[in-house]
Write a protein that binds this ligand. Structure first.
Ligand SMILES: Cc1cc2nc3c(=O)[nH]c(=O)nc-3n(C[C@H](O)[C@H](O)[C@H](O)COP(=O)(O)OP(=O)(O)OC[C@H]3O[C@@H](n4cnc5c(N)ncnc54)[C@H](O)[C@@H]3O)c2cc1C
Length: 445
């Protein structure tokens, strides 16, 4: 097996992340008798739950395969690849948020999984995988019937590499490529304020698949949390978005209590615990709540949400009247002790006048961890052509594959998508390997 990486080190965006989100079914979850949405772990139940979140737009066969293979992937990684996935906290639900033991600290927001990814790389090398960095894959080699290999740029020129069995594309999504996003994820794009994935998610390997006739799946879907900050304007067809990976910095504006949209409407507040109303401030944060809040922020008029204020509100894109009227309205409600919102009224103790400078403002939107639009795949992760036929010799794993979050799912509900993002990348790779072994009649254990 040969692995090609365009940069000088492996690990991509995955090295920054921390949590392997899952629904249970792995050994640790079983011993705690925990599964989501309910115990015992039942792939059919999970497919029904996930499809409901996706408004039935997803592929039930693919989701079922994911629900079956995900727990196996976790156990296999711990048993065979030297991984140390352990529950994030001692509660039974901690089994749904696995962390690499000892790697996450209260202060580190990035590079949490740098060492784990290096250990996994070493485990792969020890098992005989030939890993070559600084190998930029430029295109697939295709004879009109079968993908035969790739063309790479290595710094000393172009080289062609012949694949013995197949080419597997696992090169991230397209989230920073605005030209691709405007075509395949246009509604999400206007709600995205920040991308967390530099310098990854550039989309060219998805285009390589399209170049040999591949179909796409998962239109207009991303995996996003709330509180992304809009840093600058972009040209319509820019192929890169400015990216910020200080997770905490970019989500510092999570849940400001007063947000309005371009038209001056109050933006609904959801508790981070995901219980929308009445508000609960002492429940633990839940990814579902963060995800739903992202969808709320991403779907506002004009695509952005505005919070707090200072004298430079025009720089945020707000009109002066909208700004002044809303602050006046808010302050009047505070004096009255009754929120002016028709629904989801704030409790009286949240009604603080805005009359004490300094004031700060920001334009907010989705903080995106990965696009969910990508190459359409079978449950064995073979890439499908636009006429629905598996393309010989071509497989893809997430986030180069698409479809894990259905269509029109701006934030990837639930949990930024099944297995969220990091877990999704691992499960995808595991499923590709299993799919190829199964097709070849070989033992997947
Ligand atoms: C700060 C931060 C925190 C996060 N926290 C979490 C979290 O807790 N849980 C979670 O689920 N997700 C989290 N995420 C998101 C998650 O890390 C990513 O979405 C996920 O890891 C992406 O995996 P991937 O395999 O799709 O892409 P990557 O990990 O980016 O891997 C793609 C690789 O392909 C290479 N590549 C691309 N194009 C080519 C080419 N043409 N030729 C050769 N190589 C190429 C890239 O260089 C890269 O190494 C976080 C992200 C950030 C930035």
């Amino acid at each position: 097996m040969l692995m090609l990486e365009r940069t000088g080190e492996t690990g991509g965006n995955s090295k920054h992340s921390s949590v392997f989100s899952n629904f249970g079914g792995h050994r640790q979850a079983e011993s705690a008798q925990w599964a989501y949405p309910s115990y015992p772990y039942d792939p059919n139940n999970i497919v029904e739950y996930v499809l409901d979140c996706q408004q039935m737009t997803g592929d039930p066969d693919l989701l079922y395969a994911m629900a079956v293979e995900g727990p196996r992937c976790i156990d296999w990684m711990n048993d065979k690849a030297g991984a140390r996935w352990v529950p994030m906290n001692p509660s039974p639900a901690g089994n749904g948020l696995l962390e690499w033991e000892g790697m996450s600290t209260p202060t580190n927001g990035i590079n949490v999984n740098l060492i784990p990814l290096q250990l996994l790389e070493q485990a792969a090398r020890d098992a005989g995988v030939d890993i070559r960095v600084n190998h930029d894959v430029q295109t697939l080699v295709y004879d009109g019937n079968e993908v035969l290999g790739v063309k790479v740029e290595t710094g000393d020129g172009e080289h062609f590499i012949r694949a013995n069995r197949a080419v597997v594309l696992t090169a991230g999504g397209m989230e920073v490529n605005r030209a691709m996003m405007s075509k395949y994820s246009a509604t999400c794009l206007q709600g995205i304020a920040n991308i967390a994935t530099p310098p990854n998610g550039t989309g060219e390997c998805i285009r390589m698949g399209q170049g040999v006739g591949a179909d796409l799946a998962g239109y207009d879907s991303t995996g996003a949390f709330d509180g992304g900050v809009w840093w600058r304007e972009y040209d319509e067809y820019e192929t890169m978005m400015q990216t910020h990976i200080n997770k905490d910095g970019n989500q510092a504006l999570r849940q400001p209590w007063l947000r309005i949209n371009r038209d001056g409407q109050r933006v609904p507040y959801l508790s981070t615990s995901s219980t929308s109303y009445p508000y609960s401030t002492d429940a633990p944060p839940s990814s579902a709540g963060l995800c739903d809040t992202a969808a709320v922020e991403m779907s506002q008029a004009g695509g952005k949400t505005f919070c707090c204020f200072d004298s430079k509100f025009e720089q945020l894109g707000l009109e002066k009247g909208t700004f002044v009227n809303n602050v006046t309205k808010w302050n009047d409600a505070c004096d009255l002790g009754i929120d002016y919102a028709q629904t989801y009224k704030y409790p009286t103790e949240w009604l603080f006048r805005i009359d004490e400078p300094p004031y700060y403002g920001a334009a907010l939107g989705g903080h995106v961890f990965g696009s969910k639009t990508g190459l359409r795949v079978t449950p064995q992760m073979q890439v499908l052509s636009i006429d629905g036929k598996p393309i010989k010799g071509l497989y893809a794993g997430w986030h180069t594959a698409g479809g894990s979050s259905g269509d029109g799912n701006p934030s990837g509900k639930p949990l930024t998508g099944m297995y969220a993002d990091l877990g999704l990348a691992f499960v995808g790779g595991y499923m590709v390997a299993g799919g190829i072994l199964a097709q070849d009649g070989r033992n997947t254990e």
